[in-house]
Design a protein around this ligand. Sequence first.
Ligand code: 13P
Length: 389
Amino acid sequence: MPFRYIRWRASEFSSETADSTAAGFHLHFYEDFARKETRISFNEKKAIMKTENLETIARKLVAPGKGILAADESSGTIEKRLKSINVPSTEENRRMYREILFTTKGAGEFISGVILFDETIRQKSRDGRGFVEVLEQQGIVPGIKVDKGAKAMANFPGEKITEGLDGLRERLAEYRQLGARFAKWRAVIAIGNGIPTRTCIDANAEALARYAALCQEGDLVPIVEPEVLMDGDHTIERYFEVTEQTLRSVFDSLAEHRILLEGMLLKPNMVLSGKDCPQRASVQEVAEATVRCLKHVVPAAVPGIVFLSGGQTDQQATEHLNAMNQLPDLPWQLSFSYGRALQAPVLKAWKGEATNVAAAQQAFHHRALCNSKARFGKYTEEMESAKAA
Ligand code: 13P
């Protein structure tokens, strides 16, 4: 029996219920042994961390009607994105592209935060203002991706482990100095023949929790992103099962590392049919399965859940978010932290031409507006044609 399981079982029993029988003694012993590591009162946590600040920023990021833009593509990923519109990935082109997004007029009405990459947080707009300042002037909170990418996991073919814990405390301090108020770390779980393994899930969960602890220590709100990939022919039922198992392991590790749930955000995948699955789940089915899965595992103390788009089209990602926000009794804010689903139409409109900048910004504004409406369950398909008009 894995140690983690014993600990979880033991913590179901309070010390009052443990009696002096042999079994009772064992339970008591395990509980004491296991829980004294994680037992820390809310007030103690408040004394250790600047919790007020963490809680305020976390809530601001999921303010009603707003969500996050993930513009933290690593050098390799942004190269792919720019290549798709035949634009070479030079530092200046990457800077220009990000400037289009960040200087879009009125973006702050729908966008609460932007996740930056190491290169981007140090760049400036053409008028000489740093990107951090540009965002702050729009009322947008700057954030930073701090993981070093998902690498092949030794001894586990087809599985990945995210790296970047070494030196993280120092890097976080520098980013905080540069103006970042929150951070992101992405773990990747693949579904396939015989995978994911428990080992891969738990190793990634442990890394996420260690990252989150360092963030809270360094006064940055951690966005915890365990992404179960949609690649493959898995059914929605299988996707549900793996997502639930992954989130269970993540919240178990977060508790062990004494994470303040009120001062973090979760960034999960939605539960849908795998990309190549012949049976396609409807929008309503996706919304219900995703919320049911999250309700099984995510504590209500977490202020918000900000979904990744993960390869859905921009419109699908909006429709799913909208349907979820129409469901009753949601204990958390349900929002977005989209990369591709916010940027695809912008790239398509821009094509690297200065004359297309206004159209690209209009496309971004429109996509952000649609997702803002979806936060209230008030998005309709007609809004798509409003853009063309
Ligand atoms: P996508 O919305 O394109 O999946 O990107 C979100 C993200 O930040 C992945 O880490």
